[in-house]
Design a protein around this ligand. Structure first.
Ligand code: BG6
Length: 500
């Protein structure tokens, strides 16, 4: 294959300091499907520090270093984006260690403490630590307290906290208070893995590296914005979690509001963590609480997804037969500031929708006075700039163009930029970037306490309004685009969801 000059420098980043990465929840799904495959991808690209140790921590007692390494090898073979390379694995495997401990027992953390001290000595890790909490939230406080009380290593410490960060505003504040008892805010890395996605970061490049978009990125030129996080999968084996979360806590509170914040924020003065967080939090604060008519919730019934018949949500294992948990939410939101006043942001997200698709569409106002005959421009729609977050990552701009021929007929065509074609390189997984950033101490792509709190404030007010009336569930068939009331939400404004 020919060299691609555009790919130059793509992988050039600082290498992190020597350190130990301690994964709590080493026997869990996240470690197998995301964390370990990401570490392997970093190893393939030689982005891990040369002096490095990975310590898996879980309660499983019959695991030792060898069986942990075998288990992780299988995980890498199943889930990594790169083909399995024995040489890479042979370098990585000896860095893996396992200890079984239950932090709920008094002194449970001693084993970890001793192992880390030994590794510091043997591998010259400098006492640097990343503690990754990939465990269910009820386990957070015990582990954090145990770690916090034994902060005696010489180097830096960072704490990575997986979502969900709280269940509502109150519990999120409580959790932050617990973390802050032992760690500083700049040591806390709250994961929202959407921020690690290349295309999400590209939103910043698109907006702030190009002079042509910013002048029209406002209420004067933009008619409305549509953000879609559609999944065709159901809840898989996660009923225990999902029944309590629902779409609003699972996707809306975090991924969706972050996409909105990046779309609506003002240009930051630089790309440092605080500058970016400051601008995002202003957007989240400016979000107006939507009235009950501006929020639609849904739950899927039986249907067909990609040709296969699938069960209703209420028929999924572990879900109550009369569950009122929503698997779909759409809403009309307003950002109350000078840039966006009166410009609706229509957002929707759901499980078991027709297609897997995450997009941010900026719909511009129509040309004020097209000088063509009406019939000539029947096939013309206003300009739309669509950021395809996934799949088919890229950006497309819908423009009007003349259809070749003698007459003057105008139709909408698309100018497309596709990552695969332009850079001829595979897309890194979000977790690769995020894990590397924690080791580098860069929290730009993580969420700060105040952002999370603003997100909960909005969600809490929506959920509180939901208590007053109960819709008839299920109200959309699996494989569709959601409940009819979601279409009405836009029809009332003379608009429609983007066609697919
Ligand atoms: C997770 C949610 O945060 O994001 C899941 O808990 C969802 O329910 C997932 O499926 C979607 O992530 P991605 O990267 O596949 O779009």
């Amino acid at each position: 294959m020919t060299e691609n000059p555009l790919a130059e420098g793509l992988a050039l980043r600082r290498t992190p300091d020597p350190c130990a990465l301690v994964i709590f929840g080493a026997s869990g799904d996240l470690t197998h499907k995301k964390i370990m495959p990401a570490l392997y991808a970093l190893a393939v690209r030689r982005l891990l520090p040369p002096q490095f140790a990975i310590v898996g921590v879980a309660r499983t007692g019959d695991t030792d270093d060898d069986s942990f390494r075998k288990d992780m090898e299988t995980a890498v073979k199943q889930h990594a984006r790169d083909p399995f390379r024995q040489e890479t694995w042979d370098e990585l495997a000896p860095m893996l260690h396992y200890i079984s401990t239950d932090f709920a027992d008094a002194g449970g953390e001693d084993k970890l403490h001793d192992l880390l001290a030994e590794l510091d000595e043997k591998e010259q890790l400098g006492g640097n630590r990343v503690f990754y909490l990939a465990v269910p939230p009820p386990a957070f406080p015990t582990i954090v307290e145990a770690l916090g009380k034994r902060r005696d290593s010489a180097g830096w410490t960072r704490l990575v906290v997986e979502k969900p960060f709280g269940h509502d505003l109150e519990s999120a504040k409580q959790l932050t208070a617990t973390l802050l008892e032992y760690f500083r805010e700049d040591e806390i890395f709250r994961i929202d893995h959407y921020l690690g996605k290349e295309t999400v970061q590209n939103m910043l490049a698109l907006r702030f590296a190009n002079g042509i978009f910013e002048p029209i990125w406002n209420r004067q030129f933009v008619d409305h914005v549509q953000i879609t996080v559609a999944e065709s999968i159901g809840i898989e084996a996660r009923a225990g979690y999902y029944e309590h979360a629902g779409a609003i806590r699972d996707i809306f509170q975090n991924h969706l509001l972050q996409l909105l914040a990046l779309t609506a924020m003002e240009p930051p003065i630089d790309f440092t963590s605080d500058s970016v967080h400051n601008e995002k939090v202003k957007v989240l604060r400016a979000l107006h609480t939507p009235g009950p008519k501006s929020v639609v919730r849904g739950q899927y019934g039986r249907g067909f997804v990609e040709g296969e018949e699938v069960a209703a949500y209420r028929e999924e294992a572990g879900v109550a037969a009369d569950s009122m948990t929503e698997t779909y939410v759409s809403a009309k939101l307003y950002v109350d500031n000078w840039r966006w006043a009166d410009t609706p942001f229509y957002v929707r997200m759901g499980k078991r929708l027709a297609r897997h698709e995450t997009t941010i569409a900026i719909q511009f106002k129509a040309a004020p006075h097209p000088p063509f005959e009406e019939t000539a421009s029947e096939g013309l729609r206003p300009n739309v700039l669509v950021v395809h977050v996934q799949p088919d990552e890229g950006v497309s701009l819908a423009i009007g163009a003349k259809v070749p021929g003698q007459g003057m007929t105008i139709r909408t065509v698309h100018m497309d930029f596709l990552y695969g074609g332009a850079f001829r390189t595979g897309m890194p997984e979000a977790y690769e970037r995020l894990i590397l950033d924690t080791m580098l101490g860069d929290s730009t792509l993580f969420t700060r306490a105040d952002e999370v709190e603003e997100q909960w404030l909005l969600v809490d007010s929506i959920v509180a309004a939901w208590q007053r009336d109960q819709p008839a569930f299920p109200n959309y068939p699996a494989g569709s685009w959601g409940p009819p009331s979601a279409d009405e939400l836009l029809q009332r404004d003379g608009r429609a969801w983007r066609r697919h």
